[in-house]
Design a protein around this ligand. Structure first.
Ligand code: ZN
Ligand code: ZN
Length: 164
């Protein structure tokens, strides 16, 4: 299945097939996109057993990342319904996650390359780049590589524009 699910119904169908194929148990609840999720890729709702997925996953990533998040949420789901240890710290959860190939961490959202840094400093001697969210005191903070003074060269720079 190469096409990414666009609607909640398509998403639910995908979660059902992953559940059957990978967990050999049915997913009998709903999966839905939730635009309000910010940094997490997904969420399992204890009270109604539904799974929420961050739609930004589709915007920034592809099917492998989506499947990783779905498997992660299905680990919570199945263990919770089976009265197993369904939390991140539980051995049951860690074991099932490893066995099914679920992602341990949500992919960063927005991805690193899409982030904007407030200040970009450069070392004029060795060209090392120092992207920073906060202003730094260039009289005190010097280049970690060559100890030269840094120069402020950009404001509000996208990470994708900063070549390594
Ligand atoms: Zn989780
Ligand atoms: Zn330097």
């Amino acid at each position: 299945m190469a096409r990414l699910p666009q609607t909640d119904a398509e998403l639910t169908a995908l979660v059902r097939s992953v559940s059957t194929e990978t967990f050999h148990r049915p997913f009998t609840h709903q999966a839905l996109y939730n635009r309000r999720l910010r940094t997490t890729g997904g969420r399992y709702r204890l009270r109604d057993h539904n799974i929420e997925i961050n739609p930004h996953l589709l915007q920034y990533y592809g099917l492998p990342e989506l499947l990783g998040v779905i498997k992660h949420e299905l680990c919570h789901y199945h263990l919770h319904l089976l009265h197993g240890g369904y939390q991140h710290k539980d051995a049951d959860f860690k074991k099932l996650l490893a066995a099914t190939g679920g992602s341990r961490f949500a992919p960063p959202m927005p991805p690193r390359e899409d982030r904007t840094v407030n200040y970009l400093y450069i070392c004029p001697q060795c060209q090392a780049k120092y992207p920073r969210q906060r202003r730094i005191d260039t009289r005190r903070f010097v280049c970690g590589r060559c100890h030269h003074r840094l120069e402020l060269v950009g404001l509000d720079v996208k990470m994708s524009q900063i070549s390594a």
